[in-house]
Design a protein. Sequence first.
Length: 131
Amino acid sequence: VLMNPYSAQMSSLLGVEQLILAEMSGAEPDDALATFQRTVDLLPGYWQAKRIFGVALVRSGRLEEAVPVLTVALESAPEPLTAELLLYRARALAALDRTDEATADLLQATTVTSDQLVLFQIERELERLTQ
């Protein structure tokens, strides 16, 4: 069965739209997360969907699910996005009381970015972990 990458991109965009609408209305973003999961399942090489899905899982509080999704996204994401993914994975790990792993991710993130905003966010997360 051939899959149309455009359909996966549209599915991912629909998921983003559903997530935004769910957040605006205060509803649970289950429809958006299901759309992302479907996109990830249909096109396992589509790392952008994994990135968006992992971040959405973190924001939705589904941290146990987010960690492996972000880990897989990290394996194929281009370097400019590595720090962002490490930051989100660190947030999930910290919330799961996996402080050592979260700290390691944050320290690694400082070595792969020069973006001042990302570095500021990393600093804040490191401060929270040491309090």
